[in-house]
Design a protein around this ligand. Structure first.
Ligand SMILES: *[C@@H]1O[C@H](CO)[C@@H](O)[C@H](O)[C@H]1NC(C)=O
Ligand SMILES: *[C@@H]1O[C@H](CO)[C@@H](O)[C@H](O)[C@H]1NC(C)=O
Length: 423
């Protein structure tokens, strides 16, 4: 009994020691594995930053904390693309569409006068000729993303699909829209002047944007989209500033495309405007109103899709080979707002779209798109025929179109999100 007891006790101690050693080993190897994957991730982030941030000729510190790198035009990220190795940069488009609504023909009363707008970093310098300004990507920017691979890409298909309003799609991603659109023709571009605000974002993983979509193909896996406008996106930029942005994809937001210059594709030729940089000032409720004009059009000679910001800045172009359907023409144009409703606490988010006020409130209170135009097959800017509207939940965000002599076709859009009618 005693001997057995001794032997049992001995074995017990031995087991305890083995268990203890095993635990120790587990702990050590776990933290080792953790450290290993952490250092692998660090390496991956560094490699990605090196790909994105090209060696600058000059660097400008923006008051909002951004660093703007002036990078030689032939060293921009686009030229990492295998198809662009021998690409000759087009300094300017061969054709510029003209329309009835030249901005200088605006005849608004003094109260309604809108003001010119610039980018915040201009306060601290300019980029030299033959360079383009690029917002430097910081380590934190990449780390906020779900993965290095997804950084700079939209997480979900986020093109509103009017009329079908696929509820699964709406619910799956939480993206909500209030838009005007045209379809059923061939479009070679689109234009609008967009009121600029700084909508409040409730959760960092949400965003609010106001943009033009130039769309080609079906709404399936092969959707082609070129997008431009302004956005507030804490996850993408690390703050709540209103920023100029572009996006493109040729496969419904899957493998191709990105925001701004965060992948190779868009070729920038302009030295004054940085994509992803803050625009300033923004409109204030019942006070000064600011807006930006955006024109996207297809160069009939080269087939590239060009983008112009304001009256003066031709930013650059998306080479036509990036796309499948858009190599021909666009089949649909959409204008309007989009937000993400992540339903924190099971309630609708209070993230604002536009100014955060409904269309009924009108100028100075609700956000607008004015001078909405499309580029037709003869490459002229024209008023859109049969402008439709679409919103998933008009009690959360709404849209109202109109037209008059000063503004041409226009609409007010947006809303506050959560409210008694949008719980
Ligand atoms: C979205 O899902 C919620 C429950 O998860 C449901 O109550 C609601 O009706 C759905 N909305 C749509 C538009 O299908
Ligand atoms: C952005 O705004 C939200 C509230 O709308 C605030 O909680 C957050 O701190 C802001 N983030 C930054 C970086 O200023």
């Amino acid at each position: 009994m005693g001997a057995a007891g001794f032997s049992d006790g001995h074995r017990g101690r031995k087991v305890k020691v083995v268990v203890f050693l095993a635990c120790l080993w587990c702990l050590v190897s776990l933290s080792c594995a953790g450290r290993l994957s952490a250092s692998r991730q660090k390496l991956e982030v560094q490699k990605h930053l090196k790909r994105l941030n090209k060696p600058p000729i000059k660097t400008i510190q923006s008051p909002d904390g951004d660093i703007i790198d002036c990078v030689h035009i032939s060293h921009q990220p686009a030229f990492d693309h295998p198809f662009l190795k021998d690409h000759k940069i087009q300094a300017r488009p061969s054709y510029h569409p003209e329309g009835v609504f030249g901005e200088n023909k605006m005849s608004m009363g003094p109260k309604e006068r809108t003001n010119p707008i610039t980018q915040l970093w201009h306060m601290n310098g300019k980029c030299p000729e033959n360079t383009i300004p690029i917002r430097r990507t910081k380590k934190e920017d990449v780390l906020r993303s779900s993965s290095v691979k997804r950084y700079g890409k939209k997480k979900h298909r986020s093109v509103p699909k009017p009329r079908s309003a696929d509820p699964d799609l709406t619910n799956e991603s939480g993206h909500q829209h209030a838009i005007a659109y045209v379809e059923g023709d061939r479009y070679y571009g689109a234009k609008a002047t967009i009121n600029v605000w700084e909508p409040k974002i409730q959760q960092p993983n949400e965003f609010s944007l106001s943009q033009i979509w130039v769309l080609g193909g079906s709404f399936g896996e092969d959707l082609n989209s070129i997008e431009a406008g302004w956005q507030v996106s804490p996850d993408l930029y690390g703050d709540n500033n209103t920023r100029l942005f572009t996006y493109w994809t040729s496969d419904a937001y899957q493998a191709t495309g990105c925001y701004n210059l965060l992948c190779s594709g868009f070729i920038q030729v302009n030295s004054e405007i940085a994509m992803g940089a803050s625009i300033s000032p923004v409109s204030a409720f019942r006070n000064s109103q600011y807006d930006i004009s955006i024109l996207i059009w297809k160069d009939p000679k080269e087939g590239h899709w060009w983008m112009q910001f304001g009256n003066d800045y031709v930013l650059g172009y998306w080479p036509s080979f990036l796309f499948s359907y858009l190599t021909e023409s666009a089949s649909m144009i959409e204008w309007g707002g989009e937000i993400v409703n992540s339903e924190p606490d099971g309630q609708h988010t209070s993230t604002q779209m536009g100014s955060g006020h409904f269309p009924e409130e009108g100028f100075g209170k609700s956000s607008y798109f004015r001078n909405i135009q499309v580029v037709d097959s003869s490459n002229n800017l024209k008023a859109p025929k049969d402008l439709g509207t679409f919103t998933e939940k008009s009690n959360c965000y709404d849209v109202q179109t109109g037209s008059n002599g000063d503004w041409g076709h226009y609409f007010y859009y947006g809303g506050p999100g959560r409210n008694p009618n949008c719980p």
